[in-house]
Write a protein that binds this ligand. Structure first.
Ligand code: ACO
Length: 444
């Protein structure tokens, strides 16, 4: 018997290759679904029908547990082995030898820059750090205690109204201009949000400083003529930006791709990424880790806390990951960076508590069986706190680093001929064919 897929393949001129053999017990029909890159194209399932007017079989995958939504050449993760690579380069080498701006170039352009390319890139970004004065007015509209992540979310979205040409997403030159603006202006918006919270005047960018140094200046400069960041803190912040720069199809990158697939401008798409990162299960996790550690308070309280986690009362924040079933390589680098920062700022008593909690969890059967290890956010909050950031700024710092990844994902999506507007299907579970009842006749 010739299967429908074989007929299709013959018509399409396809031969050979790995196949998944499927028998539909509803009809007795057999199908051969091509396997490519370890995946079956979900639209192949649509050929599996019970009748001609049947829509065809759907795959049901809430939360995308086993669905690849794109082909991507940006970031590689092997969650079982704990490997993370940007464009093929191990995260450990990049964190040790590169800078955030070079990594941003790598993610977006696919190769490490030559010296001339890096100089031009750095110049362009440095010269676009200022924002329109009206952004300041816009920021002033927020309450004094507005969450800085909410302010960042709104102000990144607002940039689309300052650069209306950005809607021309198919024009490579226009795209490039917005890429530069986004990377350059995110730290400025983030710092304005911070200063607003403190009731302090906004500090304009200092283009003599590095990317991380300028950000520290916009946060902390007071009346001094020139702000001179401590190079060790500047370096630690730059490393954190590198570690957070991309992480393939995570919740916020998927949000950027999904919203961007409507061909909206990149500011609006990146605002969607910021919104996703605002959530406690994603970028808000490091904030939650610090709150958790403060609540535990002392090492003798750890066993009772762990017991509560095992009983499902709460989660051990900063532990576990959808992809990593091993130590998150970024957590290891951050743990090292934490010690370097504490040499400058003095130790944080929470570090001792965090290390003790980690040790107990890593030996506990509950965490071992579920392969729950520290993720990137377990130690990052402690560094941010040591740098003088309030917890509400933690996801904002994450967003600055992640902007280059969001942009790289957005650019790849825009140029991918296989991508169309993102639009999942559903399995409808509601009522059918109910007649409208006037309000006076409804029985409640
Ligand atoms: N503490 C305790 N138990 C946990 C934790 C945790 N942190 N994470 C997962 N588990 C348990 C779950 O209860 C579940 O147990 P069960 O099988 O007995 O029901 C099992 O481990 C699998 O967990 P899922 O929730 O199915 O895993 P999922 O992949 O959906 O979630 C997530 C991943 C959201 C990161 C989760 O591990 C979590 O909530 N961690 C805490 C929040 C956090 O640190 N987020 C930051 C992630 S990194 C980032 O976004 C940059």
């Amino acid at each position: 018997m010739t299967t429908q897929t074989e007929q299709h393949d013959r018509a399409a001129g396809a031969t050979g290759g790995d196949r998944l053999m499927v028998t539909d017990t509803r009809t007795g029909n057999e199908y051969e679904l091509p396997i490519e890159n370890g995946a079956v194209h979900a639209t192949e399932l649509r050929k599996i029908k019970v009748s001609d007017d049947d829509f065809g079989l759907l795959s049901y995958d809430p939360a995308y547990m086993a669905t690849a939504s794109c082909r991507s050449a940006i970031t590689f993760i092997d969650g079982e082995k704990g490997i993370l690579e940007y464009r093929g380069y191990p995260i450990e080498q990049l964190a040790e030898q590169s800078t955030y701006l070079e990594v941003a170039y790598l993610l977006i352009n696919g190769h490490l820059p030559s010296q001339a390319e890096l100089d031009e890139w750095t110049d362009l970004i440095t010269n676009h750090t200022f924002v329109h004065e009206n952004i300041k007015e816009f920021m002033q509209g927020f309450r004094h205690d507005a969450h800085p992540m909410g302010m960042l979310l709104a102000s990144v979205g607002a940039l689309s109204t300052f650069y209306p040409e950005a809607h021309a997403v198919h024009d490579a030159d226009v795209r490039h201009a917005q890429v530069i603006r986004l990377i350059a202006k995110l730290p400025t918006l983030a710092a304005f949000a911070y200063r607003h919270n403190r009731g302090m005047p906004y500090v304009y960018p200092d283009n003599e400083l590095s990317y991380a140094g300028n950000f520290l200046s916009m946060l902390y400069k007071m009346s001094e003529r020139e702000y001179k960041p401590d190079p060790r803190l500047e370096h630690a912040l730059d490393v954190l930006f590198i570690l957070h720069a991309d992480h393939e199809q995570n919740c916020s990158a998927s949000a950027v791709r999904s919203v961007g697939s409507s061909q909206v401008d990149p500011y609006s798409a990146v605002a969607a990424g910021v919104a996703a990162l605002y959530g406690p299960l994603h970028g808000g996790a490091n904030e939650a880790v610090l709150r958790m550690l403060h609540r535990i308070g002392a090492t003798e309280n750890i066993p009772a806390f762990i017991e509560g986690v095992k009983q499902g009362k709460e989660r051990l924040m900063g532990f576990g990951h959808r992809v990593y079933k091993n130590y998150d390589p970024r957590a290891r680098i951050i743990k090292r960076a934490a010690y370097e920062v504490f040499e400058v700022t003095g130790t944080n008593p929470l570090l001792e508590l965090a290390i003790a909690l980690e040790q107990i969890a890593l030996e506990d059967e509950y965490f071992v069986a579920r392969k729950l290890y520290p993720n990137v956010d377990y130690y990052s909050g402690m560094i941010y706190e040591a740098l003088g950031m309030p917890v509400a700024m933690f996801p904002v710092l994450f967003a600055i680093g992640r902007t280059s990844g969001w942009i790289a994902q957005w650019l790849e999506m825009i140029e991918d001929p296989e991508q169309r507007i993102s639009r999942p299907r559903q399995i409808y579970t509601g009522e059918h064919e109910r007649d409208y009842v006037p309000i006076g006749k409804r029985q409640v």
